[in-house]
Design a protein around this ligand. Structure first.
Ligand code: FAD
Ligand code: NAD
Length: 396
């Protein structure tokens, strides 16, 4: 048929927003839309530090995609994207091929290990429902096994990287460890939790006063920071850190050292920097009027020339603009430029604690923790309305 085909790859923050906006704006028979995702559910990446530690149920971190989009208007395809062929306007899936007239790449990023020996093989990473289930089960199994073999490395936990992901996870881990110690009758002082950060400060680039506050909260929960200390190697039984190659024995290493663009994007032949494509202000891949890219695999610079950090916040703002620009292309109208509107940053520090900056206001403690809940519930409300917000939102 002559109806344009729109294919969206990835149903994360950017992909869901694109699909929902297209569904709302497209006229009958104006275009065919297909949404491809490797799981049949959308997960809230921004929530994953909790089910990873076991402080919240994993069910609260995902929702079936069929609950978010109208399957009469959008074809849902559960599959793995293997390859993008931009010259042929085709996408190769693990079990088929799709052709497109307009392509939206919103596949998210991947963990960056910087080639650190053993990291890929031996560390666990917070990236999907399946990966966080592994982390939670592994943590629990260490406590169980410790009761019989009393090996101290079972109660030694290393979180590699003190960016926002590392800080949010280590806070939940500390809360969870306290719970597991009570449950298994283990003395809390037998447990070691390390957060190792290569940069001269935790949360590099964030407000120093709030960084200090965050570190105090976490130290009070029993976290030991090693700041200005790089992880050099990850082994099955611990990590090697710093210039003096100190070994920290640990049966559990969770790597939160950063993310890079998706391999599929890199392998498509676009020009990339650490797997990311520098997109234009209309969110096109340069040189391709028919390909849009958003989210963690896209690189965009602010007016001062610094890259925007990859966040859910920017992805969910980019989605509707991509939808709008595809509609404009189909309708022969002018595309719209994307401008980022910074709503602030709030990081949770476990139960009842958080830090954040909103506008020029610094927030900490209970107020920041409440705001963090509002932000999470807002996403549920945007994609699934009141019913999803009530079903999956954390109000207490
Ligand atoms: P994603 O949300 O990662 O979605 C990508 C989708 O594509 C996924 O559904 C995935 O399964 C699918 N996919 C990937 N590869 C393939 C393939 N080959 N085939 C088929 N499907 C595929 N950002 C904030 O703004 N605020 C926060 O508070 C915040 N907290 C965070 C907390 C944690 C613990 C983490 C890890 C991140 C946090 N972030 C936060 C960052 C934020 O989660 C990401 O920037 C955001 O998820 C990126 O959205 P995206 O649309 O690019 O991709
Ligand atoms: P990141 O890149 O922001 O942080 C990774 C940290 O690991 C850095 O501080 C880095 O110095 C450190 N590191 C790198 N190599 C190391 C090594 N060898 N040894 C020790 N430390 C090392 O990655 P992230 O924390 O996963 O965040 C990714 C993106 O998601 C960011 O844009 C962040 O803003 C966003 N995010 C936001 C929130 C929030 O707003 N609440 C929460 C999580 C993530």
């Amino acid at each position: 048929s002559s109806i344009p085909k729109i294919v969206i790859l990835g149903a994360g923050y950017g992909g869901i927003m694109t699909a929902q906006r297209l569904q709302k704006e497209l006229n009958y028979n104006e275009a065919d839309v297909t949404l491809v995702n490797r799981h049949e559910y959308h997960y809230f990446t921004t929530h994953l530090h909790m089910p990873a530690a076991g402080t919240d149920a994993e069910e609260n971190a995902y929702v079936p995609i069929s609950k978010l989009v109208d399957e009469f208007k959008i074809d849902l395809v559960k599959s793995n994207v293997k390859q993008i062929l931009p010259q042929e306007k085709k996408v190769i899936l693990e079990d088929g091929t799709l052709s497109y007239d307009y392509l939206v790449i919103s596949l998210g990023g991947e963990p960056e290990t910087f080639g650190i020996p053993g990291m890929m093989e031996n560390a666990m990473m917070i990236r999907s429902i399946n990966s966080v289930r592994k982390i939670r089960e592994h943590i629990e199994s260490q406590f169980v096994a410790y009761k019989t073999d009393k090996k101290p490395e079972r109660l030694s936990f290393v979180v590699g990287g003190a960016g926002f992901t590392g800080i949010e996870f280590v806070a939940e881990l500390a809360d969870r460890v306290a719970e597991l110690c009570r449950k298994h009758g283990i003395d809390r002082s037998a447990v070691k939790i390390y957060n190792v950060e290569a940069a001269p400060t935790a949360l590099p680039g964030f407000d120093p006063e709030l960084v200090e506050y965050a570190m105090k909260v976490l130290q009070n929960k029993g976290v030991t920071f090693k700041i200005g200390v790089a992880i050099k190697e990850c082994q099955p039984d611990g990590v090697v850190v710093g210039d003096d190659l100190e070994k920290i024995p640990a049966n559990t290493v969770v790597w939160t050292g950063g993310i890079r663009g998706n391999r599929v994007v890199e392998e498509a032949g676009f020009e990339t920097m650490r797997g990311r494509v520098k997109i234009d202000e209309y969110l096109h891949v340069p040189g391709y009027e028919d390909i849009f890219m958003i989210g963690d695999s896209a690189l965009m610079f602010n007016p001062e020339g610094r890259p925007y950090p990859p966040t859910a916040q920017i992805s969910m703002q980019q989605g509707p603009v991509v939808a709008q620009n595809i509609l404009a292309a189909i309708r022969g109208q002018q595309p719209k430029k994307f401008t980022f509107s910074n709503k602030g940053t709030v990081a949770s520090l476990g139960k009842g604690e958080a830090v954040g900056i909103v506008g020029d206001r610094k927030l900490k403690g209970w107020v920041a923790a409440q705001l963090k809940k509002v932000i999470d519930i807002r996403w549920l409300f945007i994609i699934g309305g009141v019913s999803l917000a009530l079903k999956k939102g954390k109000f207490l």
